[in-house]
Design a protein around this ligand. Structure first.
Ligand SMILES: Cc1cc2nc3c(=O)[nH]c(=O)nc-3n(C[C@H](O)[C@H](O)[C@H](O)COP(=O)(O)OP(=O)(O)OC[C@H]3O[C@@H](n4cnc5c(N)ncnc54)[C@H](O)[C@@H]3O)c2cc1C
Length: 392
């Protein structure tokens, strides 16, 4: 049984199916949901999708990114990196809408005969040495030999098996974003923005943007803010007020930041959490994967790719051991995956400091450090994140 039909859950079901193991996905939503704006799938995530034969479809539905641009808020280009991702890692970085990736996995799961049952929000778990039962809101339940909690950062499965002992923590930032038509940006974008993801660092916050396709630009921002203050501000906030708040925060940024905000219809907003390392990811016949086990800040750009890696690794291990050896599988899975996910979280939190509110003097130092470091060393120091491969 898989609780949660997100990237980790659907991808796990597809790998299990590939190895001839039956699973059923139980998803809380009543139907496939359009899950917000877009995200980047890094080469390590693309390498997982290629094992399911889905990489080409993802590339077709998304936008390949060949360059990273780093700018300050005045628009000064601090560094431009040629990612050479296919050459180095075998797959590119791809920006894709969340719903396009989700639908792709969903359509392939259904076509493979995988059972996905909606309206099944897990609220409790009962287990004895021989079986495990998932109890859903509204009273229904399902039984199986194993239960995999792929139910995201606010995981109910984690809450139940560990009595709410381990909780996600606020990273100190809120995020918002949207999609604007390229046409509406006039001379706000130029040729160097083509096939590039641009990261802009200012005094008050961070903004990134990238093409989604020939017609649209995706943007997202992170602003340092107090948790309770943001909670209060966000509760019941209209799209118009959200837009105004962000427009005020980014008014001093060079083009195209203000134009991107102004010309986006529907904005998405979220408070950003991550999951501190837990001593154990499993209990009895229940194991956590994806964000439920190790959510990392979006600054890493690989949270979804880690969820896909988990799915592949767990599918592979379950295919190599007999069903009775699940404890060995869970132990090995955690031993193989935990050090990597904790390193990603640590690095992402370190890089979050570049997004903090700074004085003009501190910002000058940050810009200078970025310029020197990136021009001298490029992106090499991050290769370990992207060159991870699982052999089948
Ligand atoms: C602002 C933002 C930007 C991001 N950008 C990127 C990016 O560019 N690149 C990247 O790699 N990652 C990014 N991430 C991280 C990425 O979104 C997550 O790491 C990824 O979605 C995790 O996948 P998952 O399947 O583990 O969890 P989710 O995608 O959260 O899926 C969980 C599923 O479980 C379901 N569910 C929840 N509760 C229950 C329940 N009780 N019972 C049954 N089902 C349940 C949910 O409805 C959902 O379908 C970003 C995250 C944020 C917040």
């Amino acid at each position: 049984m898989i609780a949660g039909g997100g990237y980790a859950g659907l991808c796990l079901a597809l790998f299990l199916n590939k190895f001839g193991i039956k699973s059923t996905v139980y998803e809380a939503y009543a139907e496939m949901k359009d899950a917000g704006a877009a995200l980047t799938i890094a080469p390590n995530g693309m390498n997982v999708l290629s094992q399911l034969g889905l990489d080409k479809e993802v590339i077709k539905a998304g936008q390949v990114i060949d360059y990273y641009n780093f700018k300050n808020q005045r628009g000064k280009l601090l560094a431009r990196l040629d990612l050479k991702a296919v050459e180095k890692f075998g797959q590119p970085f791809v920006v894709i809408t969340r719903s396009a990736l989700h639908r792709l996995l969903y359509v392939h799961a259904i076509a493979s005969g995988i059972k996905i049952i909606f309206n099944k929000k897990l609220s409790d778990i009962k287990q004895d040495p021989g079986r495990v039962a998932a109890i859903f809101e509204a009273g229904s339940h399902a039984e199986g030999s194993l239960l995999i909690g792929a139910d995201g950062i606010h995981s109910a499965v984690r809450g139940v098996i560990f009595d709410d002992k381990y909780k996600e923590v606020y990273t100190g930032f809120y995020g918002a974003g949207g999609i604007a038509p390229k046409q509406s940006l006039g001379n706000g974008i130029n040729a160097s923005d083509d096939k590039a993801m641009t990261f802009t660092f200012g005094l008050k916050g961070f903004m990134g943007y990238s093409p989604m396709n020939n017609r649209e630009m995706l943007w997202w921002c992170n602003v340092e803010a107090d948790e309770q203050e943001v909670k209060q501000k966000f509760s019941g906030m209209s799209n118009g007020n959200l837009k105004k708040m962000i427009a005020d925060d980014y008014a001093d940024f060079d083009k195209p930041a203000p134009q991107l905000i102004e010309n986006s219809d529907k904005l998405v907003k979220t408070m950003i959490y991550d999951m501190p390392g837990m001593p154990q990811w499993y209990k009895g016949r229940v194991l956590l994967i994806g964000d439920a086990a190790h959510a990392v800040s979006p600054t890493s750009g690989v949270g979804a790719s880690l969820a896909l890696e988990d799915a592949m690794m767990l599918g592979k291990l379950l295919s190599e051991y007999s069903a009775d050896d699940y404890q060995k599988v869970f132990f090995e899975f955690q031993s193989l995956r935990k050090p990597r996910t904790e390193k990603v979280r640590y690095e992402a939190n370190k890089r979050n400091s570049e997004k903090k509110v700074l004085t003009p003097f501190q910002a000058k130092i940050r810009d200078w450090m970025m310029l020197v470091f990136l021009r001298l060393f490029g992106f090499k120091s991050m290769d370990w994140q992207y060159n991870y491969k699982i052999d089948l």
